[in-house]
Design a protein around this ligand. Structure first.
Ligand code: MN
Length: 162
């Protein structure tokens, strides 16, 4: 092979490798949930309460007039909350992506865009994204004078995949 042909072949191999590398990394960008985002991503939730990357963006802080907390969480694929309870319950409104909600002792349910889920007061549960698609989840916590959340143990890989 001539030297110039060799150079072209080498460049073609490198270009192909870069293309494949780029295609692989784009799988992680979660276009399905991010492309439909309504609110800014917000601040990363602490590892103490979340597995994987979850971001909280506050919309309405609870005060004495409203005693209701409203915000949005973006869960990256695979991310989920710890098990927890809400003393006065919680309402979830899904605006994009795919995720799960599970109450202790019950099978997990799939949540998709447009779903509204009511977590009853004091019922132990978790919520988060599916393994391949993230989740955009609005939350409403009423009657915050009773408390907002009681955090418990992480959701194990086995529980998440069950
Ligand atoms: Mn909850």
């Amino acid at each position: 092979m001539k030297r110039s042909a060799m150079k072209i072949a080498t460049a073609a191999v490198i270009t192909c490798a870069l293309f494949l590398l780029n295609a692989c990394s784009q799988k992680d960008t979660d276009q399905e949930a991010l492309g439909e985002a309504i609110f800014p991503q917000g601040q990363k939730g602490p590892a103490e309460y979340f597995t994987g990357n979850a971001y909280n963006y506050g919309l309405v802080p609870a005060d004495s007039a409203f005693t209701t907390l409203v915000g949005n969480v973006y869960f990256e694929p695979g991310a989920r909350s710890n098990w927890h309870t809400h003393p006065a319950g919680q309402i979830l409104i899904i605006t994009a992506g795919v995720g799960y909600y599970q109450e202790e002792g019950k099978p997990k349910q799939i949540m998709r865009k447009g779903d509204v889920v009511k977590c009853p007061p004091e019922v132990k549960h978790w919520h988060g994204a599916s393994p391949d698609t993230g989740l955009q989840q609005m939350y409403i916590v009423p009657n915050t004078e009773k408390g907002i959340v009681n955090w418990m143990e992480p959701v194990t890989k086995e529980e998440y995949e069950r």
